[in-house]
Design a protein around this ligand. Sequence first.
Ligand SMILES: CC(C)(COP(=O)(O)OP(=O)(O)OC[C@H]1O[C@@H](n2cnc3c(N)ncnc32)[C@H](O)[C@@H]1OP(=O)(O)O)[C@@H](O)C(=O)NCCC(=O)NCCS
Length: 197
Amino acid sequence: MTDNDHSQHDEPSRSPHDRDPEQPSGGNGTRWTTRPETPADAEAVHAVNAAAFPTDAEAHLVDALRGDPQAWLPGLSCLAEAPDGSVAAYALLTRCLVGGVPALALAPVATAPEHQRRGAGQAVVRAVLDAARLRAEPLVLVLGHPGYYPRFGFVPASRYGIRPGFEVPDEAMMALVLDDSGPVPQGTIQYPAAFGI
Ligand SMILES: CC(C)(COP(=O)(O)OP(=O)(O)OC[C@H]1O[C@@H](n2cnc3c(N)ncnc32)[C@H](O)[C@@H]1OP(=O)(O)O)[C@@H](O)C(=O)NCCC(=O)NCCS
């Protein structure tokens, strides 16, 4: 367990440093409890991913990643709980390489359809990034909506000389440097095998 466990994330908040965990706020005042997944959560996590995406590919991807000890990092699979204790949102960081140097890939991020646009996604992304910071992980990559991830500090990965090994719009491949005390790795992203990239 870490300081990050069972934290309360409110919407909206701008950084992990300026939220007040005791003050629910935002559109409907929903307060999301975030925590790392446990073995008992696997089925519910599968269900949230299957419901959020058009197919169950992402749900199966998570299951495959969970079985890959080179990719899976305990504590970096996080969920946001709805007030009734059900899984409302999910975010996963797995081990990838950038130019041969270890980094993290953020994928998937999913909010159950009935809980979307109420801050659960942002809460769980902040939680998993906080967990990565606690592990002193320096770099996170995400391929996603350019309108969503900049709020967490992501910028186009190309600014750092980081590129995917496949064709995507430049602004969709984003990077977040969590620790800039050393050089940021450059080069091509190598995803875990389960991504099939
Ligand atoms: C994308 C997703 C994870 C966002 O989670 P959420 O809990 O619905 O979103 P939040 O309430 O935390 O955040 C709401 C904000 O996200 C934005 N947002 C939601 N879905 C978005 C999308 N598909 N593209 C861009 N922005 C999106 C909203 O416009 C809103 O922005 P604002 O704060 O500027 O008004 C969720 O909608 C989802 O699971 N979608 C289907 C699966 C998916 O596309 N996953 C992401 C893959 S990159």
